[in-house]
Design a protein around this ligand. Structure first.
Ligand SMILES: Nc1ncnc2c1ncn2[C@@H]1O[C@H](COP(=O)(O)OP(=O)(O)OP(=O)(O)O)[C@@H](O)[C@H]1O
Ligand SMILES: [Mg+2]
Length: 263
């Protein structure tokens, strides 16, 4: 499904700010995998997503998506196959457009259809999708997205990212900016959408408990490397404390994470 072969990226090479953000990272995902990703601040988690999306080209290594080598493919072409959600609920949707218009935009991109060719059936489909969120948004299709709360907006962004049934969905702490109750709601919506469509998903989170609970596999990153990759029974039996202990033994330091410390 997704195959990363020894991918590396160094920022500002040859300067005092040189930073090896990804160091020969290899990873193989099976179709339908749901991988949670944890690690210290600056571990390279977002950089890994940037590399997969093509925000920059990697220095060495290869990226294959569904057997296709996308290493040299520009980001806008990869975007057809890769959906991505960021932490900031203000990104990902167009605030001055209505909920329906935002969904229509994402939908027509998938079907390569004109926005003007959308019909009543499509509109009903959007209503159905919105109703599945259980946030009452199906009755507010003409509301401008800018008037929604952060959680509501993030839910709409999730729909936009998945309406095109991407091969891969990348979630970069997409609930971190929301209040705890809304976080839980968006996580549930995420799991519902992803399992329904069986979308291969990677989710960065600072909540280790959630990381161990959701999905079928957890990887831990540190200093641009994957230092732990667990699934199955090993993962089932793992506790938050054991993970933190593993980290400090392996790396001879504490897992430093502002959000973990705050929690
Ligand atoms: N465009 C860039 N230019 C220069 N350095 C960068 C760039 N992007 C990331 N870095 C550096 O690469 C390292 C990894 O950053 P990254 O954003 O991937 O960390 P992260 O694991 O997502 O951390 P966090 O949990 O804080 O979000 C950091 O040292 C960061 O400063
Ligand atoms: Mg990050």
């Amino acid at each position: 499904m997704l195959e990363l072969i020894k991918i590396s990226k160094t920022f500002n090479p040859g300067t005092v700010n040189e930073k090896r953000a990804l160091n020969k990272v290899s990873l193989h995902l099976d179709p339908g995998d749901f991988v949670t990703i944890i690690g210290s601040n600056g571990a390279g988690k977002s950089t890994l997503f940037n590399a997969i999306c093509g925000s920059f080209y990697i220095d060495s290594g290869s990226i294959l998506l569904g057997k296709r080598n996308i290493t040299a493919m520009p980001d806008y072409k990869r975007a057809y196959d890769i959906g991505r959600l960021m932490q900031d609920p203000m990104k990902g949707t167009a605030p001055s457009m209505t909920i329906e218009e935002n969904l229509a935009l994402a939908y027509t991109r998938k079907a390569s259809r004109s926005l003007f060719a959308l019909n009543k059936t499509d509109s009903e489909y959007f209503r159905e999708l919105l109703a599945s969120l259980d946030l009452g948004l199906e009755d507010r299709m003409k509301t401008k997205v800018g008037n929604l709360s952060g959680g509501q907006r993030q839910a709409v962004t999730l729909l936009m990212c998945t309406i095109a049934e991407p091969k891969l969905l990348l979630l970069d702490e997409h609930t971190a900016a929301l209040d705890p109750a809304t976080q839980q709601k968006i996580l549930k919506i995420t799991m519902d959408i992803v399992s329904e469509a069986r979308i291969t998903t990677m989710m960065i989170t600072h909540d280790i408990k959630t990381a161990l609970l959701l999905g079928n596999r957890t990887i831990m990153m540190d200093e641009g490397e994957i230092i732990l990759d667990i699934k199955g029974e090993e993962r089932k039996g793992m506790t938050v404390e054991e993970l933190l202990t593993y980290y400090s033994k392996e790396r001879k330091k504490q897992l430093l994470d502002d959000r973990i410390l705050l929690a």
